[in-house]
Design a protein around this ligand. Sequence first.
Ligand SMILES: [Zn+2]
Length: 313
Amino acid sequence: MRIVARLVLAVLLVFSTFPAAAQEKRIAISFDDVPRQPGGFMTPDERTVRLIAGLHEAGVEQAAFFVTTGNLEQDYGKGGEARIRAYVAAGHVIGNHSHSHGWLTDADPAAYIADLDKAEAWLAGKPGKRPWYRFPYLDEGRDLARRDTLRAALRERGLLNAYVTVDNFDWAVDDLTRKAMEARQTIDLTNLDALYVETIVDTAEFNDRNAREILGRSPAHVLLLHETDLNALFIVDLVAGLRAAGWTIITMDEAYRDPIARMEPDTLHLGGGRVSALAAAAGRDPDTLVHPRTNEAELARLFEELVVVRDAP
Ligand SMILES: [Zn+2]
């Protein structure tokens, strides 16, 4: 009996392992706007402590934190440099997210480049620094002149465009939560956690399906998150949700070694991440490349329906 049971187990393992390997999905995690304004639950210092602990508990070896150096001059930026050092001491890496967090669309390109240089000067020589530039709002320009001027400027500086492949509105859910708390509404944290994780996992799946259609393979993905309270609260559950859906968490260093890191899609549909841009460049209708929950109104509707607790009439 025991031998039969073992054989059955072995057969099951073989059949469950092979398809999984063929379908391997990999994703790295990044956080923008560091140091970010506070949310509704904790101070920025507490947020960093909790986020580092959560990443450790979830077994995330290396995430990236994209620094907006101008935020260090804000009130909430006090202690920001020490928090950035703490992320790096925990094994994570840092990149450039500009000094002033402006839009490239409509900006004077020279001023825009001077602004990213200012951030680069602050970051220079810091431990954990990577030569990566994350465009604020993922705005890579909506005309060819700005787009190509910035592509050339990044090349000259040896900076990689720190693209994402999984754009989502994690910041909008954090904003909704903060506002609900300010309005003294009662929040169902369990439902908020579930909504949060489901939204991001589903958006990752959506972008992976598009990537496989366009590239014929699953690239190393890069998830865009922000330094928010909700990420400090839910990162362990988010990583568990991704793993339950078959994802492997990889380092940001590994993600940016993927060949799509060197692809610059010939399109102006650049604001939804690289998979979306590659798909648009391949002729897909851009309207089909945005996940329904990458939308503030839809998230507000779901938040109201599932998270805000109304007293019985
Ligand atoms: Zn940003």
